[in-house]
Ligand binder design. Sequence first.
Ligand code: GLN
Length: 472
Amino acid sequence: MDLSKLTIAKARRALDLKEYSALELTDAYLKNIAARDPEIHAYLEVWEKQAREEAKAADETIAQGQAKALTGIPLAIKDNILIEGRIASSASKILENYVASYDATVIAKLKGSRAVFLGRTNMDEFAMGSSTENSAFGPTKNPIDTSRIPGGSSGGSAAAVAGAMAAAALGSDTGGSIRQPAAHTGLVGLKPTYGAVSRFGLMAMGSSLDQVGPLTKIVEDARILFEAIRGYDGNDSTSLPDSKGEAKKPRSIGVPRKFLESGVDKDLLDVFERTLESLRANGYEVKDIEMPTLPYGLAVYYIVMPAEASTNLARFDGIRYGLSIPAGSIGEVYARTRGQGFGPEVRRRILVGTFVLSAGYADAYYRKARAVRAAITDEFARAFTETDIIAVPTTPAPAFKFGEKTADPLAMYAEDIFSVPVNLAGVPAISVPCGSVAREGKDLPVGFQVIAPHGGEERLFSIGEDIEKTRH
Ligand code: GLN
């Protein structure tokens, strides 16, 4: 079996035809992890023994003819998704030894299908970042060019799949953390409609923005994994009722032209335009649309997200979870534990979030940001009366080098310009590889991002499969 080309869809057929067992498949991935991961560092922990046990159980299910889509498929799980009895650290010192006491709903669903969990993957601490350099446990390298970042915050999940160290992975996306690493590592990444996938057991960062979703080699796999994890969950108060979704095939593509003037690399934009041309040649109608509030998305996101994160992270107080540094008074315990347990980017966002929510500033920042967020949401709703889907590049540039943006947080935030408006509006979006650009003699992948209205995932899969046929 060639793991570098193996997809969930292919592995499913091979497992059902008994070409190999789930145990053999799992062993092949574990062997590749042992060989490659010391360099790449996609995983924070690999669960070899347990993965083999799960694979054996999957083989029994297959033998009984009871296999589901993901039975026996080896997956990697981002370190902010809870699995009962396992450490979940969000790549933070403050949760370094925290053991989850229950399964996230997405995990319970995957366990129900007898999927195999290979291990937990590296990420930016508490999912704050775009490069995985903010992990408290060291960065992850991009398997396509190891001098470059794999994107973030789900960089470990992306590197695991791109490096043939998992068949597919789960990530979380608050402002692009599935789509951007997918773009930088040549994968497909889906941010589902807000509420389509349960957030129960996902460590909360920006609760009104967070969604769990798949990172996969092909669009078909993203559909398979999304179908397996979606669904109403009474444990998540923002969970959407189950619906069939609509099977509409998109015909028209709206391109917010002016928004693309936001500092995109010329050759990357050329790849994007050539992909649009191919789609036009395939019968899609491509038209320019006006979305004048989109450029404000970045500023709005970097107010709303830190505000929500500062409240969510208040629970890590040195008393209830994880790290606790003893001190003379309770106030000192809080201060020392949080001061030493959180890394610099997390502390920065807590400070920003606390500031924009504080009396006297909440009107000037937080409430204004919420108003602009509502305007962005309206703008998407209006745009979708004119067009079936919206297309923009996933990122303004290909994967950058380690250290290139760490000294300048605003440069790092600018990486998210095309991804954050989607989370603010709660709509679904997919990043599909559409070609590559050369940097220092290496071909680096480019992601084409497609955005659909609420519940429009089928539109994304449908056009995503057309994009896969047109590489530039
Ligand atoms: N890069 C964005 C940030 O740093 C998005 C993170 C995410 O989606 N988790 O906030």
